[in-house]
Design a protein around this ligand. Structure first.
Ligand code: AMP
Ligand code: ZN
Length: 114
């Protein structure tokens, strides 16, 4: 996807201060943080959103969860907890159509979300 900002970050065309990377997944701080810790965890491969996740993406999705887990621990969030969010389309508040987990922590989260 030539037009996708997260593909460009994954390919190094747009800089990001990566906190994790491997062949399949990268994680980097959200440019507009909503909590003291706000990290985006994304697959390198372009998947537009959760609606496009397929059976064959099972291992990748498991890996995204494990990376979110690992980054949360590294950021000191495992004791008090944190939130992982996937926004989907307009009502979900999705702005970037490349699948991503928001890892949010360092403050008490509200429920229900606004
Ligand atoms: P969503 O609304 O779930 O699609 O989330 C997209 C997120 O990407 C927003 O929280 C933005 O602040 C964030 N974002 C957009 N561009 C960048 C960028 N270049 N680097 C880091 N985060 C970004
Ligand atoms: Zn993309």
């Amino acid at each position: 996807m030539t037009d996708c900002i997260f593909c460009k970050i994954a390919q190094g065309e747009i800089p990001a201060d990566k906190v994790y990377e491997d062949e399949q997944v990268i994680a980097f701080p959200d440019i507009n943080p909503q909590a003291p810790v706000h990290i985006l965890v994304i697959p390198r491969r372009h998947i537009p959103g959760i609606l496009e996740v397929k059976d064959q993406d099972r291992d990748l999705l498991a890996h995204l969860h494990k990376v979110a887990n690992q980054v949360a621990v590294e950021k000191g969030l495992s004791e008090r907890g944190f939130r992982v969010v996937i926004n989907c389309k307009a009502d979900g508040g999705q702005e970037v159509y490349h699948l991503h987990f928001h890892l949010l922590g360092g403050r008490k989260m509200n429920w229900p979300p606004g």
